[in-house]
Design a protein around this ligand. Sequence first.
Ligand SMILES: CC(C)(COP(=O)(O)OP(=O)(O)OC[C@H]1O[C@@H](n2cnc3c(N)ncnc32)[C@H](O)[C@@H]1OP(=O)(O)O)[C@@H](O)C(=O)NCCC(=O)NCCS
Length: 168
Amino acid sequence: MRIDIRDGHLGDFEALLNLYREVAAVPGGLLRREAEITPDYIRYFVEHARARGLSVVAVDEDRHVVGELHGWVPNIRQLLHVMSDLTIAVSPRAQGQGVGRRLFEGFLARVRERFSGVERVELFCRSDNARAVALYKSLGFIEEGRLVGRVRDERGFVADDLIMTLRF
Ligand SMILES: CC(C)(COP(=O)(O)OP(=O)(O)OC[C@H]1O[C@@H](n2cnc3c(N)ncnc32)[C@H](O)[C@@H]1OP(=O)(O)O)[C@@H](O)C(=O)NCCC(=O)NCCS
């Protein structure tokens, strides 16, 4: 699959709504479930990423959005060296083909280039999300902590959340 990584823009709104709904419909990945992927949620992260961070999208050869990764620096003086609130979603039909890796490489390169004050990139990830954990570790993220039983799904299944960080 030929993939290009570019900055996200406001015209991606509908594509992001569809992408996040599609990804959230599959259990075990995103924290939010499909019904929680509302236009307000997409607006929330698009606006925060535009104001204080970054959104990168992966597009296929037909220019369809098949993945997105965003994050931002909190509006708190003592956290201005932290890139936080990261979320990544790759369409189920594009997973396992290197899209997630390309998104992270594009995101981290832009962080280094545009956010010279950032020294720490942090994210949360379910400990049983094997693909995501493997990807983050291969990019240099370390497991900094485990939040035991933080996630409880609709069937009552409980999972731990990992806090994973990359230091520049
Ligand atoms: C997690 C996710 C972002 C990874 O993106 P992806 O495009 O599927 O992953 P990639 O193809 O780039 O693979 C990256 C690495 O994951 C690992 N990996 C891939 N498939 C795997 C599998 N089935 N099991 C375990 N590890 C796997 C490999 O280490 C791979 O590295 P490689 O380049 O050396 O092969 C994507 O699958 C996704 O959106 N999942 C649903 C939402 C989600 O879980 N978001 C993250 C929440 S923390």
